[in-house]
Ligand binder design. Structure first.
Ligand SMILES: *Cc1c(COP(=O)(O)O)cnc(C)c1O
Length: 256
């Protein structure tokens, strides 16, 4: 598990170096650990080494590891959902995640909004949206969300088209039980650095367009969640405020 602490330090250094190259403050870039397939012990080792932000992309795993990561003595942390969210999993995900980064249709946003509303009304038993450190507040506060944008145009990737992103962000911002925090993308899967960079710059452009549009409920949409183990430097250069890293910290995942 010392290896995890060591890897974490290497990744933090990569983020800091990448920020310095473009004159950014490294503190502007948060590190989210993508913990899919990792046993709770490995995740806890990362938390003990100072990680404070985790992301799950499978609802089933999120629910399975939730109690273990809520156990007494676990360092406080935030949990985000970063995978495709099926509508029948909304309530489970809300129970364990404080932010859903993968809103790419108005329909999903409306389902999330309705689920939070039910919780506010007290008919749903949603708990620790911010991990073990947060008491159940009865669901009075809105759920943080991001709009996922398909900036690469790759048909296998989820996300709203950049051309439709402003409209979706405005519609999400108008929902009373959601708080739009920003935008998320999975970068282009290409060996060509320019192609990858273009996909990250496209997300930064979406944020500019949305903030310039000034629609109600979009003023807090400042986050850019982009960049992974292999390309985080490119994302930081393009303005990432959150990089999502798995293998560079935990090692290669077993094939699923
Ligand atoms: C797994 C995952 C990551 C991290 O990918 P690595 O290449 O392992 O760093 C980032 N984002 C999402 C949505 C993921 O599912």
């Amino acid at each position: 598990m010392d290896q995890i602490a060591e890897n974490l330090a290497v990744v933090r250094r990569r983020i800091a170096d990448a920020a310095h190259v473009v004159g950014r403050d490294p503190a502007e870039v948060r590190l989210l650990l993508a913990v899919k397939t990792q046993p709770v012990d490995a995740v806890r080792a990362a938390l003990d080494a100072g990680a404070d932000l985790l992301g799950h992309n499978r609802a089933q795993e999120l629910v399975a590891t939730g109690p273990g990561l809520a156990a007494p003595g676990t360092p406080a942390h935030e949990m985000h959902f970063i995978g495709h969210l099926q509508s029948n999993k909304v309530n489970q995900v809300l129970r364990w995640a404080g932010c859903v980064q993968t809103v790419d249709t108005l329909r999903l946003a409306q389902r999330l909004d309705a689920a939070v509303a039910r919780r506010v009304a007290g008919t749903e038993n949603g708990a620790g949206r911010n991990g073990p450190a947060v008491e159940d507040d009865g669901g009075a506060s809105p759920l943080d969300v991001m709009v996922q944008v398909n900036t690469s145009g790759e048909p296998t990737k989820a996300g709203v088209d950049p051309a439709g992103a402003v409209e979706l962000a405005s519609a999400v911002g108008a929902l009373p039980h959601l708080r739009l925090r920003g935008f998320m993308t999975i970068g282009a899967n290409s060996p060509d650095v320019d192609v990858v960079r273009a996909s990250y710059e496209a997300l930064a452009q979406v944020r500019r367009d949305v903030l310039a549009g000034g629609a109600p409920g979009t003023g807090d949409a400042t986050e850019l969640s982009m960049g992974m183990s292999g390309d985080l430097e490119i994302a930081v250069a393009a303005g990432a405020t959150m990089v999502r890293v798995g293998t560079a910290v935990f090692g290669a995942r077993p094939p699923v």
